[in-house]
Ligand binder design. Sequence first.
Ligand code: TXA
Ligand code: MG
Length: 315
Amino acid sequence: MQTLRLTADPDGIARAAALLAQGNLVAFPTETVYGLGADATNGIAVAGIFAAKGRPDFNPLIVHVATRAAARTLAQWSDAADRLVTACWPGPLTLVLPMAKGSALSPLVTAGLPTVAIRMPRHPTALALLRAVGRPIAAPSANPSGRISPTAARHVLAGLSGRIAAVLDDGPCAVGVESTIVGLADRPRLLRPGGLPADALEQALGETLAPTTVDSSAIDISAPGQLASHYAPVAPVRLDALSAGPGESHLGFGAVPGDLSLSTSGDLHEAAANLFDHLHRLDALAKPIAVAPIPDTGLGHAINDRLRRAAAPRP
Ligand code: TXA
Ligand code: MG
């Protein structure tokens, strides 16, 4: 299959929407990373996502919607959910909620779990596409399973060209790390740090988020974004490196220059936006990657989470 590269103008968005409605896979930009979309009510289309990514089928997908009203039809809503989406939607926040009874979603989307992950992105092209399709769209990050997430159309094509119908190209993603995932099935839990720092969410909720251990054997949900080795480049990764060792490339931050810097001024937003692109670039050099220390505050939590997974022993 020849993968189309569509421009994110009204024509391109209409073509992408028509392809999705016909059950095809289309990658599209969000403010976090590019997603690989399929009609979440079409089981064959959703199965195509797992095949294209080579994704283990126990790993559930995030459902993307254009409106809060659409989200409410898919899940059992709560006051906590209301408080969070009032403050944070559209934006880089995914909620995991008990699924609504009689939902039209393919059971493949939730991998058989009684909960569903829902997000309303704020990227104008993503919202226009979701409105044009008029159905919930299941979309994991548009990368082969276990590899670096894509923050540009060229990253999507490098990993999935020939396996998906199209990519809707709207340039680089502004946030650069995936959405923060909060579970509301029991008490509010931080399931994955991401593009919205946890303190902003705790403020909206009026309570603290319970942490989730990386050791997912301790929890009853299966969220493979929590598997230790995820978001991994092909090259080995070494963290907290003030300088490169022999044969290594070096990813810098702030006062540590490196071969490429996440942010020379030490800005965590800029670093998040550059993270996956710079990992893709250094990975192409086929050398081990040393990474400068990143402060563990604000967006630094999400950046360090992704870096730890990139550096974790591979299965
Ligand atoms: O920013 C993002 O969230 C991007 C863009 C495309 O929206 N999407 C994304 O999807 O990162 P993905 O599939 O790469 O990561 C989704 C994570 C996985 O770790 C999955 O296990 C978890 O969400 N997840 C999905 N449904 C869940 C559920 N019902 N309960 C717990 N975790 C769930
Ligand atoms: Mg992913």
